[in-house]
Design a protein around this ligand. Structure first.
Ligand code: HEM
Ligand code: HEM
Ligand SMILES: [Fe+2]
Length: 453
Protein backbone atom coordinates (compact mmCIF):
# COMPACT_ATOMS: atom_id res chain seq x y z
CA UNK A 1 0.00 0.00 0.00
CA UNK A 2 1.47 3.35 -1.05
CA UNK A 3 -0.86 5.77 0.75
CA UNK A 4 -2.27 5.65 4.27
CA UNK A 5 -5.78 6.61 3.20
CA UNK A 6 -6.11 3.57 0.94
CA UNK A 7 -6.95 1.64 4.09
CA UNK A 8 -10.46 3.23 4.07
CA UNK A 9 -11.38 0.55 1.56
CA UNK A 10 -11.17 -2.06 4.32
CA UNK A 11 -14.44 -0.72 5.77
CA UNK A 12 -16.16 -1.25 2.45
CA UNK A 13 -14.68 -4.71 1.96
CA UNK A 14 -15.74 -5.81 5.45
CA UNK A 15 -19.25 -4.58 4.64
CA UNK A 16 -19.18 -6.70 1.48
CA UNK A 17 -18.46 -9.79 3.57
CA UNK A 18 -21.34 -9.07 5.95
CA UNK A 19 -23.86 -8.29 3.22
CA UNK A 20 -22.82 -11.33 1.18
CA UNK A 21 -23.68 -13.50 4.20
CA UNK A 22 -27.06 -11.80 4.48
CA UNK A 23 -27.71 -12.29 0.78
CA UNK A 24 -26.94 -15.98 1.07
CA UNK A 25 -29.32 -16.41 4.03
CA UNK A 26 -32.18 -14.97 1.95
CA UNK A 27 -31.13 -17.15 -1.00
CA UNK A 28 -31.60 -20.22 1.20
CA UNK A 29 -34.99 -18.96 2.40
CA UNK A 30 -36.11 -18.83 -1.25
CA UNK A 31 -34.44 -22.13 -2.10
CA UNK A 32 -36.39 -23.87 0.66
CA UNK A 33 -39.60 -22.07 -0.31
CA UNK A 34 -39.22 -23.43 -3.85
CA UNK A 35 -38.74 -26.92 -2.39
CA UNK A 36 -42.09 -26.55 -0.63
CA UNK A 37 -40.76 -25.56 2.78
CA UNK A 38 -41.94 -21.97 2.89
CA UNK A 39 -41.96 -22.11 6.69
CA UNK A 40 -41.07 -18.43 7.19
CA UNK A 41 -43.87 -17.29 4.91
CA UNK A 42 -45.75 -15.34 7.59
CA UNK A 43 -42.67 -13.32 8.51
CA UNK A 44 -40.60 -13.28 5.33
CA UNK A 45 -42.80 -13.90 2.29
CA UNK A 46 -41.10 -14.77 -1.01
CA UNK A 47 -41.31 -11.23 -2.41
CA UNK A 48 -39.58 -9.84 0.68
CA UNK A 49 -36.85 -12.49 0.51
CA UNK A 50 -36.34 -11.85 -3.19
CA UNK A 51 -36.15 -8.07 -2.84
CA UNK A 52 -33.70 -8.45 0.05
CA UNK A 53 -31.57 -11.04 -1.80
CA UNK A 54 -31.20 -8.96 -4.97
CA UNK A 55 -30.93 -5.50 -3.41
CA UNK A 56 -28.37 -6.63 -0.86
CA UNK A 57 -26.45 -8.10 -3.80
CA UNK A 58 -26.42 -4.76 -5.60
CA UNK A 59 -25.42 -2.89 -2.43
CA UNK A 60 -22.53 -5.19 -1.59
CA UNK A 61 -21.24 -5.01 -5.16
CA UNK A 62 -21.46 -1.20 -5.09
CA UNK A 63 -19.66 -1.28 -1.73
CA UNK A 64 -16.99 -3.43 -3.37
CA UNK A 65 -16.63 -0.99 -6.27
CA UNK A 66 -16.37 1.93 -3.85
CA UNK A 67 -13.78 0.09 -1.77
CA UNK A 68 -11.88 -0.69 -4.96
CA UNK A 69 -12.02 2.97 -5.99
CA UNK A 70 -10.79 4.20 -2.59
CA UNK A 71 -7.92 1.74 -2.92
CA UNK A 72 -7.05 2.25 -6.60
CA UNK A 73 -7.65 5.97 -7.23
CA UNK A 74 -5.06 7.33 -4.72
CA UNK A 75 -2.45 5.03 -6.22
CA UNK A 76 -3.33 5.80 -9.82
CA UNK A 77 -3.36 9.56 -9.21
CA UNK A 78 -0.34 9.58 -6.90
CA UNK A 79 -1.81 11.27 -3.83
CA UNK A 80 -3.69 10.58 -0.60
CA UNK A 81 -7.48 10.47 -0.77
CA UNK A 82 -8.96 13.98 -0.96
CA UNK A 83 -11.08 13.58 2.19
CA UNK A 84 -10.79 10.41 4.25
CA UNK A 85 -13.31 11.81 6.74
CA UNK A 86 -15.95 12.24 4.07
CA UNK A 87 -15.25 8.68 2.93
CA UNK A 88 -15.95 7.30 6.40
CA UNK A 89 -19.15 9.33 6.72
CA UNK A 90 -20.17 8.15 3.26
CA UNK A 91 -19.57 4.53 4.25
CA UNK A 92 -21.58 4.85 7.47
CA UNK A 93 -24.49 6.55 5.75
CA UNK A 94 -24.56 4.00 2.95
CA UNK A 95 -24.74 1.23 5.53
CA UNK A 96 -27.54 3.05 7.32
CA UNK A 97 -29.59 3.41 4.12
CA UNK A 98 -29.04 -0.27 3.28
CA UNK A 99 -30.12 -1.45 6.72
CA UNK A 100 -33.19 0.83 6.65
CA UNK A 101 -34.15 -0.50 3.22
CA UNK A 102 -33.81 -4.13 4.30
CA UNK A 103 -35.89 -3.55 7.44
CA UNK A 104 -38.43 -1.64 5.33
CA UNK A 105 -38.83 -4.58 2.93
CA UNK A 106 -39.97 -6.69 5.89
CA UNK A 107 -42.74 -4.19 6.63
CA UNK A 108 -43.88 -3.97 3.02
CA UNK A 109 -42.15 -0.63 2.51
CA UNK A 110 -40.98 -1.14 -1.03
CA UNK A 111 -41.73 -0.18 -4.64
CA UNK A 112 -42.21 -3.59 -6.22
CA UNK A 113 -40.02 -2.75 -9.23
CA UNK A 114 -37.56 -5.61 -9.68
CA UNK A 115 -34.06 -4.55 -8.55
CA UNK A 116 -35.24 -0.98 -7.82
CA UNK A 117 -37.41 -1.87 -4.85
CA UNK A 118 -35.90 0.77 -2.55
CA UNK A 119 -38.62 3.30 -1.63
CA UNK A 120 -38.35 6.81 -3.13
CA UNK A 121 -37.29 8.72 0.02
CA UNK A 122 -34.31 6.39 0.41
CA UNK A 123 -33.43 6.90 -3.27
CA UNK A 124 -32.74 10.56 -2.53
CA UNK A 125 -30.39 9.58 0.28
CA UNK A 126 -28.62 7.18 -2.09
CA UNK A 127 -28.14 10.05 -4.55
CA UNK A 128 -26.58 12.30 -1.88
CA UNK A 129 -24.40 9.44 -0.73
CA UNK A 130 -23.14 8.63 -4.20
CA UNK A 131 -22.54 12.32 -4.97
CA UNK A 132 -20.24 12.60 -1.96
CA UNK A 133 -18.42 9.46 -3.10
CA UNK A 134 -18.00 10.81 -6.63
CA UNK A 135 -16.82 14.17 -5.26
CA UNK A 136 -14.13 12.48 -3.17
CA UNK A 137 -12.89 10.26 -5.96
CA UNK A 138 -13.13 13.09 -8.53
CA UNK A 139 -11.17 15.55 -6.39
CA UNK A 140 -8.51 12.94 -5.70
CA UNK A 141 -8.16 12.31 -9.43
CA UNK A 142 -8.15 15.93 -10.58
CA UNK A 143 -5.75 17.19 -7.94
CA UNK A 144 -3.49 14.18 -8.38
CA UNK A 145 -0.01 13.94 -9.91
CA UNK A 146 -1.04 11.99 -12.99
CA UNK A 147 -3.98 10.75 -15.02
CA UNK A 148 -3.96 7.12 -16.11
CA UNK A 149 -6.30 5.37 -18.50
CA UNK A 150 -7.17 2.84 -15.79
CA UNK A 151 -8.02 5.61 -13.31
CA UNK A 152 -10.07 7.54 -15.86
CA UNK A 153 -12.07 4.53 -17.04
CA UNK A 154 -12.83 3.72 -13.42
CA UNK A 155 -13.95 7.28 -12.75
CA UNK A 156 -16.08 7.50 -15.90
CA UNK A 157 -17.67 4.13 -15.03
CA UNK A 158 -18.51 5.24 -11.49
CA UNK A 159 -19.85 8.66 -12.49
CA UNK A 160 -21.99 7.18 -15.27
CA UNK A 161 -23.33 4.55 -12.89
CA UNK A 162 -24.34 7.36 -10.54
CA UNK A 163 -26.06 9.30 -13.35
CA UNK A 164 -27.85 6.22 -14.64
CA UNK A 165 -29.52 5.75 -11.26
CA UNK A 166 -31.66 8.83 -12.00
CA UNK A 167 -33.90 7.52 -14.84
CA UNK A 168 -35.15 4.89 -12.38
CA UNK A 169 -36.42 7.67 -10.13
CA UNK A 170 -38.69 9.38 -12.66
CA UNK A 171 -42.36 8.84 -11.88
CA UNK A 172 -44.58 7.48 -14.67
CA UNK A 173 -48.24 6.56 -14.54
CA UNK A 174 -47.70 4.20 -17.47
CA UNK A 175 -46.37 0.75 -16.64
CA UNK A 176 -44.70 0.60 -20.06
CA UNK A 177 -42.80 3.84 -19.56
CA UNK A 178 -41.80 2.82 -16.04
CA UNK A 179 -40.45 -0.49 -17.30
CA UNK A 180 -38.75 1.21 -20.25
CA UNK A 181 -36.69 3.49 -18.02
CA UNK A 182 -36.15 0.90 -15.30
CA UNK A 183 -34.01 -0.94 -17.84
CA UNK A 184 -31.85 2.13 -18.33
CA UNK A 185 -30.73 1.50 -14.80
CA UNK A 186 -30.64 -2.28 -14.63
CA UNK A 187 -29.39 -3.10 -18.13
CA UNK A 188 -27.16 -0.08 -18.73
CA UNK A 189 -25.53 -0.78 -15.40
CA UNK A 190 -24.65 -4.44 -15.77
CA UNK A 191 -24.19 -4.49 -19.54
CA UNK A 192 -22.76 -0.99 -19.85
CA UNK A 193 -21.04 1.15 -17.28
CA UNK A 194 -20.37 -1.56 -14.70
CA UNK A 195 -18.30 -3.25 -17.40
CA UNK A 196 -16.08 -0.17 -17.42
CA UNK A 197 -15.65 -0.47 -13.66
CA UNK A 198 -14.92 -4.18 -14.01
CA UNK A 199 -12.50 -3.58 -16.90
CA UNK A 200 -10.67 -0.86 -14.97
CA UNK A 201 -10.28 -2.96 -11.80
CA UNK A 202 -9.08 -5.87 -13.95
CA UNK A 203 -6.62 -3.59 -15.70
CA UNK A 204 -5.25 -2.34 -12.36
CA UNK A 205 -4.89 -5.88 -11.06
CA UNK A 206 -3.25 -7.14 -14.24
CA UNK A 207 -0.75 -4.26 -14.17
CA UNK A 208 0.12 -5.11 -10.55
CA UNK A 209 0.08 -8.86 -10.85
CA UNK A 210 1.62 -9.64 -14.24
CA UNK A 211 4.30 -7.00 -14.67
CA UNK A 212 3.22 -6.54 -18.31
CA UNK A 213 3.63 -2.92 -19.51
CA UNK A 214 0.83 -0.57 -18.56
CA UNK A 215 0.58 0.61 -22.21
CA UNK A 216 -0.17 -2.89 -23.44
CA UNK A 217 -2.73 -3.59 -20.73
CA UNK A 218 -4.49 -0.27 -21.19
CA UNK A 219 -4.71 -0.71 -24.97
CA UNK A 220 -6.82 -3.82 -24.33
CA UNK A 221 -8.96 -1.82 -21.95
CA UNK A 222 -9.81 0.64 -24.75
CA UNK A 223 -10.92 -2.20 -27.00
CA UNK A 224 -13.15 -3.66 -24.29
CA UNK A 225 -14.71 -0.27 -23.56
CA UNK A 226 -15.37 0.16 -27.29
CA UNK A 227 -16.99 -3.26 -27.64
CA UNK A 228 -19.14 -2.60 -24.58
CA UNK A 229 -20.59 0.61 -25.95
CA UNK A 230 -21.09 -0.64 -29.49
CA UNK A 231 -23.15 -3.61 -28.33
CA UNK A 232 -24.49 -2.76 -24.88
CA UNK A 233 -26.37 0.49 -25.43
CA UNK A 234 -28.73 -0.68 -28.16
CA UNK A 235 -28.61 -4.15 -26.61
CA UNK A 236 -31.04 -2.70 -24.04
CA UNK A 237 -33.63 -3.62 -26.65
CA UNK A 238 -33.58 -7.26 -25.48
CA UNK A 239 -35.71 -6.12 -22.54
CA UNK A 240 -38.15 -4.23 -24.76
CA UNK A 241 -39.49 -7.22 -26.70
CA UNK A 242 -42.66 -7.83 -24.68
CA UNK A 243 -43.27 -4.75 -22.55
CA UNK A 244 -45.30 -2.71 -25.04
CA UNK A 245 -42.39 -0.82 -26.63
CA UNK A 246 -42.31 -0.37 -30.46
CA UNK A 247 -41.78 -3.50 -32.52
CA UNK A 248 -38.46 -2.41 -34.05
CA UNK A 249 -36.82 -3.31 -30.75
CA UNK A 250 -37.19 -6.97 -31.67
CA UNK A 251 -34.62 -6.59 -34.43
CA UNK A 252 -32.47 -3.85 -32.85
CA UNK A 253 -32.35 -5.60 -29.47
CA UNK A 254 -31.79 -8.98 -31.06
CA UNK A 255 -28.87 -7.89 -33.26
CA UNK A 256 -27.02 -5.69 -30.81
CA UNK A 257 -27.46 -7.85 -27.73
CA UNK A 258 -26.19 -10.81 -29.74
CA UNK A 259 -22.93 -8.84 -30.09
CA UNK A 260 -22.60 -8.24 -26.34
CA UNK A 261 -20.74 -11.48 -25.61
CA UNK A 262 -17.80 -10.05 -27.59
CA UNK A 263 -17.02 -7.60 -24.79
CA UNK A 264 -17.02 -10.46 -22.26
CA UNK A 265 -14.95 -12.65 -24.57
CA UNK A 266 -12.56 -9.70 -24.62
CA UNK A 267 -12.42 -9.76 -20.80
CA UNK A 268 -11.64 -13.49 -20.75
CA UNK A 269 -8.91 -13.22 -23.39
CA UNK A 270 -7.57 -10.12 -21.63
CA UNK A 271 -7.04 -11.98 -18.37
CA UNK A 272 -5.66 -15.17 -19.88
CA UNK A 273 -3.34 -13.45 -22.39
CA UNK A 274 -1.86 -11.04 -19.88
CA UNK A 275 -1.38 -13.79 -17.30
CA UNK A 276 0.50 -15.89 -19.85
CA UNK A 277 2.59 -12.98 -21.05
CA UNK A 278 3.54 -11.92 -17.56
CA UNK A 279 4.47 -15.46 -16.53
CA UNK A 280 2.54 -15.01 -13.26
CA UNK A 281 5.41 -13.36 -11.43
CA UNK A 282 3.54 -11.94 -8.46
CA UNK A 283 3.61 -14.10 -5.31
CA UNK A 284 -0.09 -13.42 -4.64
CA UNK A 285 -1.26 -16.05 -7.05
CA UNK A 286 -4.69 -16.26 -5.47
CA UNK A 287 -5.48 -12.67 -6.53
CA UNK A 288 -4.45 -13.79 -10.01
CA UNK A 289 -6.89 -16.75 -9.82
CA UNK A 290 -9.78 -14.42 -9.03
CA UNK A 291 -8.78 -11.90 -11.72
CA UNK A 292 -8.39 -14.39 -14.57
CA UNK A 293 -11.30 -16.45 -13.21
CA UNK A 294 -13.49 -13.35 -13.33
CA UNK A 295 -12.71 -12.83 -17.01
CA UNK A 296 -13.54 -16.43 -17.85
CA UNK A 297 -16.64 -16.82 -15.67
CA UNK A 298 -18.09 -13.51 -16.82
CA UNK A 299 -17.86 -14.78 -20.36
CA UNK A 300 -19.62 -18.02 -19.44
CA UNK A 301 -22.33 -16.43 -17.24
CA UNK A 302 -22.98 -13.13 -19.01
CA UNK A 303 -21.71 -13.73 -22.53
CA UNK A 304 -22.59 -17.35 -23.22
CA UNK A 305 -25.65 -17.81 -20.99
CA UNK A 306 -26.85 -14.30 -21.86
CA UNK A 307 -26.67 -15.11 -25.56
CA UNK A 308 -28.54 -18.35 -24.90
CA UNK A 309 -31.81 -16.46 -24.34
CA UNK A 310 -31.30 -13.10 -25.98
CA UNK A 311 -32.81 -13.75 -29.42
CA UNK A 312 -36.54 -12.93 -29.55
CA UNK A 313 -37.31 -16.39 -30.92
CA UNK A 314 -35.89 -17.95 -27.75
CA UNK A 315 -36.78 -15.21 -25.29
CA UNK A 316 -40.48 -15.47 -26.14
CA UNK A 317 -40.37 -18.82 -24.30
CA UNK A 318 -37.76 -18.22 -21.60
CA UNK A 319 -38.75 -14.67 -20.58
CA UNK A 320 -39.16 -14.30 -16.83
CA UNK A 321 -38.57 -17.97 -16.05
CA UNK A 322 -35.92 -19.75 -14.01
CA UNK A 323 -33.75 -19.65 -17.14
CA UNK A 324 -33.34 -15.96 -16.34
CA UNK A 325 -32.32 -16.83 -12.77
CA UNK A 326 -29.77 -19.32 -14.16
CA UNK A 327 -28.14 -16.57 -16.22
CA UNK A 328 -28.55 -13.92 -13.49
CA UNK A 329 -26.59 -15.97 -10.95
CA UNK A 330 -23.57 -16.86 -13.05
CA UNK A 331 -23.41 -13.44 -14.72
CA UNK A 332 -23.47 -11.51 -11.45
CA UNK A 333 -21.09 -13.94 -9.83
CA UNK A 334 -18.60 -14.20 -12.70
CA UNK A 335 -18.42 -10.57 -13.61
CA UNK A 336 -19.05 -8.51 -10.51
CA UNK A 337 -18.78 -10.67 -7.41
CA UNK A 338 -15.52 -12.20 -8.64
CA UNK A 339 -13.92 -8.85 -9.52
CA UNK A 340 -14.75 -7.59 -6.02
CA UNK A 341 -13.28 -10.75 -4.45
CA UNK A 342 -10.23 -10.29 -6.72
CA UNK A 343 -9.48 -6.77 -5.52
CA UNK A 344 -10.09 -7.85 -1.90
CA UNK A 345 -7.67 -10.76 -2.35
CA UNK A 346 -5.07 -8.39 -3.75
CA UNK A 347 -5.60 -5.52 -1.31
CA UNK A 348 -5.76 -7.43 1.99
CA UNK A 349 -2.09 -8.48 2.09
CA UNK A 350 -1.11 -5.01 0.87
CA UNK A 351 -3.13 -3.23 3.55
CA UNK A 352 -2.27 -5.46 6.48
CA UNK A 353 1.28 -6.45 5.61
CA UNK A 354 0.37 -10.11 6.25
CA UNK A 355 0.87 -12.64 3.49
CA UNK A 356 -1.51 -15.54 3.86
CA UNK A 357 -1.95 -16.15 0.15
CA UNK A 358 0.15 -19.28 0.09
CA UNK A 359 -2.05 -21.37 2.35
CA UNK A 360 -4.74 -23.84 1.28
CA UNK A 361 -7.62 -21.71 2.61
CA UNK A 362 -7.94 -19.06 -0.13
CA UNK A 363 -7.26 -21.60 -2.84
CA UNK A 364 -10.04 -23.89 -1.64
CA UNK A 365 -12.30 -20.87 -1.16
CA UNK A 366 -11.80 -20.08 -4.84
CA UNK A 367 -12.45 -23.58 -6.17
CA UNK A 368 -15.29 -24.55 -3.84
CA UNK A 369 -17.24 -21.33 -4.37
CA UNK A 370 -16.81 -21.51 -8.13
CA UNK A 371 -17.75 -25.18 -8.40
CA UNK A 372 -20.69 -24.47 -6.07
CA UNK A 373 -21.91 -21.56 -8.21
CA UNK A 374 -21.53 -23.56 -11.43
CA UNK A 375 -23.58 -26.36 -9.87
CA UNK A 376 -26.23 -23.86 -8.76
CA UNK A 377 -26.36 -22.59 -12.33
CA UNK A 378 -26.92 -26.15 -13.58
CA UNK A 379 -29.73 -26.69 -11.05
CA UNK A 380 -31.44 -23.47 -12.18
CA UNK A 381 -30.91 -24.50 -15.81
CA UNK A 382 -32.61 -27.88 -15.39
CA UNK A 383 -35.49 -26.32 -13.46
CA UNK A 384 -35.73 -23.49 -15.99
CA UNK A 385 -35.77 -25.63 -19.11
CA UNK A 386 -38.34 -27.94 -17.54
CA UNK A 387 -40.45 -24.92 -16.59
CA UNK A 388 -40.28 -23.51 -20.12
CA UNK A 389 -41.28 -26.85 -21.60
CA UNK A 390 -44.19 -27.59 -19.26
CA UNK A 391 -45.53 -24.08 -18.89
CA UNK A 392 -44.96 -22.50 -22.29
CA UNK A 393 -44.98 -25.52 -24.63
CA UNK A 394 -47.34 -27.94 -22.92
CA UNK A 395 -49.46 -25.15 -21.44
CA UNK A 396 -49.58 -26.40 -17.85
CA UNK A 397 -50.62 -24.03 -15.08
CA UNK A 398 -47.87 -21.91 -13.46
CA UNK A 399 -48.26 -23.32 -9.95
CA UNK A 400 -48.54 -26.91 -11.16
CA UNK A 401 -45.23 -26.42 -12.94
CA UNK A 402 -43.64 -24.93 -9.83
CA UNK A 403 -44.57 -28.08 -7.94
CA UNK A 404 -43.12 -30.20 -10.74
CA UNK A 405 -39.75 -28.44 -10.63
CA UNK A 406 -39.54 -28.35 -6.81
CA UNK A 407 -37.26 -31.40 -6.87
CA UNK A 408 -34.56 -29.44 -8.70
CA UNK A 409 -34.41 -27.05 -5.79
CA UNK A 410 -33.05 -29.81 -3.57
CA UNK A 411 -30.14 -29.86 -5.98
CA UNK A 412 -29.98 -26.07 -5.84
CA UNK A 413 -29.83 -26.03 -2.05
CA UNK A 414 -27.10 -28.70 -2.02
CA UNK A 415 -25.05 -26.79 -4.59
CA UNK A 416 -25.66 -23.56 -2.67
CA UNK A 417 -24.32 -25.23 0.49
CA UNK A 418 -21.10 -26.03 -1.33
CA UNK A 419 -20.93 -22.46 -2.59
CA UNK A 420 -21.51 -21.15 0.94
CA UNK A 421 -18.67 -23.30 2.27
CA UNK A 422 -16.33 -21.64 -0.22
CA UNK A 423 -17.53 -18.19 0.79
CA UNK A 424 -17.11 -19.01 4.50
CA UNK A 425 -13.50 -20.00 3.83
CA UNK A 426 -12.97 -16.70 2.02
CA UNK A 427 -14.44 -14.80 4.95
CA UNK A 428 -12.36 -16.81 7.43
CA UNK A 429 -9.28 -15.68 5.54
CA UNK A 430 -10.53 -12.09 5.47
CA UNK A 431 -10.91 -12.11 9.25
CA UNK A 432 -7.51 -13.74 9.70
CA UNK A 433 -5.86 -10.84 7.88
CA UNK A 434 -7.14 -8.48 10.55
CA UNK A 435 -7.11 -4.70 10.33
CA UNK A 436 -4.97 -2.56 8.01
CA UNK A 437 -1.71 -1.44 9.54
CA UNK A 438 0.44 1.68 9.10
CA UNK A 439 3.50 -0.51 8.76
CA UNK A 440 2.11 -1.81 5.51
CA UNK A 441 2.40 1.61 3.84
CA UNK A 442 4.99 1.35 1.06
CA UNK A 443 5.47 -2.23 2.23
CA UNK A 444 5.40 -5.13 -0.20
CA UNK A 445 7.43 -4.85 -3.40
CA UNK A 446 5.37 -4.33 -6.55
CA UNK A 447 6.23 -6.20 -9.72
CA UNK A 448 5.35 -3.03 -11.66
CA UNK A 449 8.19 -1.25 -9.89
CA UNK A 450 10.45 -4.27 -10.19
CA UNK A 451 9.77 -4.50 -13.92
CA UNK A 452 10.60 -0.82 -14.36
CA UNK A 453 14.04 -1.24 -12.76
C1 HEM B 1 -22.36 -9.16 -16.23
C2 HEM B 1 -23.29 -8.93 -17.04
C3 HEM B 1 -24.72 -9.35 -16.85
C4 HEM B 1 -25.43 -9.47 -15.70
C5 HEM B 1 -24.98 -9.21 -14.28
C6 HEM B 1 -26.76 -9.90 -16.08
C7 HEM B 1 -27.79 -10.15 -15.20
C8 HEM B 1 -29.11 -10.30 -15.56
C9 HEM B 1 -30.23 -10.33 -14.65
C10 HEM B 1 -30.15 -10.23 -13.14
C11 HEM B 1 -31.35 -10.45 -15.39
C12 HEM B 1 -32.78 -10.45 -14.86
C13 HEM B 1 -33.24 -9.04 -14.85
C14 HEM B 1 -34.69 -8.81 -14.52
O1 HEM B 1 -35.53 -9.57 -15.00
O2 HEM B 1 -34.99 -7.84 -13.78
C15 HEM B 1 -30.95 -10.49 -16.78
C16 HEM B 1 -31.80 -10.60 -17.84
C17 HEM B 1 -31.39 -10.82 -19.13
N1 HEM B 1 -30.09 -10.87 -19.60
FE1 HEM B 1 -28.48 -10.49 -18.53
N2 HEM B 1 -26.81 -10.04 -17.45
C18 HEM B 1 -25.59 -9.71 -17.96
C19 HEM B 1 -25.21 -9.73 -19.28
C20 HEM B 1 -26.01 -10.18 -20.32
C21 HEM B 1 -25.59 -10.32 -21.69
C22 HEM B 1 -24.20 -10.03 -22.21
C23 HEM B 1 -26.67 -10.77 -22.39
C24 HEM B 1 -26.82 -11.12 -23.84
C25 HEM B 1 -25.93 -11.53 -24.62
C26 HEM B 1 -27.78 -10.87 -21.45
C27 HEM B 1 -29.06 -11.25 -21.77
C28 HEM B 1 -30.14 -11.14 -20.93
C29 HEM B 1 -31.52 -11.26 -21.36
C30 HEM B 1 -32.03 -11.57 -22.77
C31 HEM B 1 -32.30 -11.06 -20.22
C32 HEM B 1 -33.84 -11.08 -20.14
C33 HEM B 1 -34.32 -12.37 -19.63
C34 HEM B 1 -35.84 -12.43 -19.60
O3 HEM B 1 -36.45 -12.12 -20.63
O4 HEM B 1 -36.40 -12.83 -18.59
N3 HEM B 1 -27.33 -10.52 -20.21
N4 HEM B 1 -29.56 -10.41 -16.85
C1 HEM C 1 -26.36 -19.68 -1.38
C2 HEM C 1 -26.68 -19.07 -2.22
C3 HEM C 1 -27.89 -18.69 -3.03
C4 HEM C 1 -29.13 -19.25 -3.17
C5 HEM C 1 -29.68 -20.47 -2.47
C6 HEM C 1 -29.86 -18.45 -4.12
C7 HEM C 1 -31.17 -18.69 -4.52
C8 HEM C 1 -31.93 -17.83 -5.27
C9 HEM C 1 -33.32 -18.01 -5.60
C10 HEM C 1 -34.15 -19.20 -5.16
C11 HEM C 1 -33.72 -16.95 -6.32
C12 HEM C 1 -35.13 -16.65 -6.83
C13 HEM C 1 -35.46 -17.25 -8.12
C14 HEM C 1 -36.92 -17.01 -8.38
O1 HEM C 1 -37.31 -15.87 -8.67
O2 HEM C 1 -37.70 -17.95 -8.27
C15 HEM C 1 -32.58 -16.08 -6.49
C16 HEM C 1 -32.58 -14.91 -7.22
C17 HEM C 1 -31.42 -14.24 -7.56
N1 HEM C 1 -30.14 -14.46 -7.03
FE1 HEM C 1 -29.62 -15.93 -5.78
N2 HEM C 1 -29.05 -17.44 -4.53
C18 HEM C 1 -27.84 -17.55 -3.89
C19 HEM C 1 -26.74 -16.74 -4.05
C20 HEM C 1 -26.63 -15.75 -4.99
C21 HEM C 1 -25.43 -15.06 -5.35
C22 HEM C 1 -24.07 -15.28 -4.71
C23 HEM C 1 -25.77 -14.19 -6.34
C24 HEM C 1 -24.89 -13.22 -7.10
C25 HEM C 1 -23.65 -13.24 -7.20
C26 HEM C 1 -27.18 -14.31 -6.58
C27 HEM C 1 -27.91 -13.57 -7.49
C28 HEM C 1 -29.27 -13.65 -7.69
C29 HEM C 1 -29.98 -12.83 -8.66
C30 HEM C 1 -29.38 -11.79 -9.59
C31 HEM C 1 -31.34 -13.20 -8.58
C32 HEM C 1 -32.48 -12.65 -9.41
C33 HEM C 1 -32.54 -13.49 -10.66
C34 HEM C 1 -33.64 -13.08 -11.61
O3 HEM C 1 -33.91 -11.89 -11.74
O4 HEM C 1 -34.27 -13.97 -12.23
N3 HEM C 1 -27.68 -15.26 -5.75
N4 HEM C 1 -31.50 -16.64 -5.84
FE1 LIG D 1 -29.78 -6.76 -20.56
Amino acid sequence: MKFRTQRISWLFFATCMLLLCLQIVYGFIMGFAHMGYDVLHDYIPFNTARATHTNVLVVWLLCGFMGAAYYIVPEESGRELWSPKLAVVQWASLLLVAVTAVIGFHFNWWEGRKFLEIPRPLDYLVVINVLSFVLNIGMTTFTGKRYTTTGMVLLVGLVSAALLYLPGMIWFDSQVMDSYFRWWVVHLWVEGVWELIMGAIMSYLLIKLTGVDREVIEKWLYIIVGLTFVSGILGTGHHYYWIGAPEYWLIVGGVFSALEPLAFLGMALYGVTMARRGGRKHPNKIAMYWTVGCGIMSFVGAGFLGFAHTLPSVNIYTHGTLVTAMHGHLAFWGAYAMIVLAIISYAMPQMTGRKFFDTWVPEWAFWISNIGMLSMTCAFAVAGVTQVYLERRVGMDFLEVQAAVAVHFTALVLAASLFTLGILLFIYDFIRYGFPSDEAVEGAAEPEAAAAK
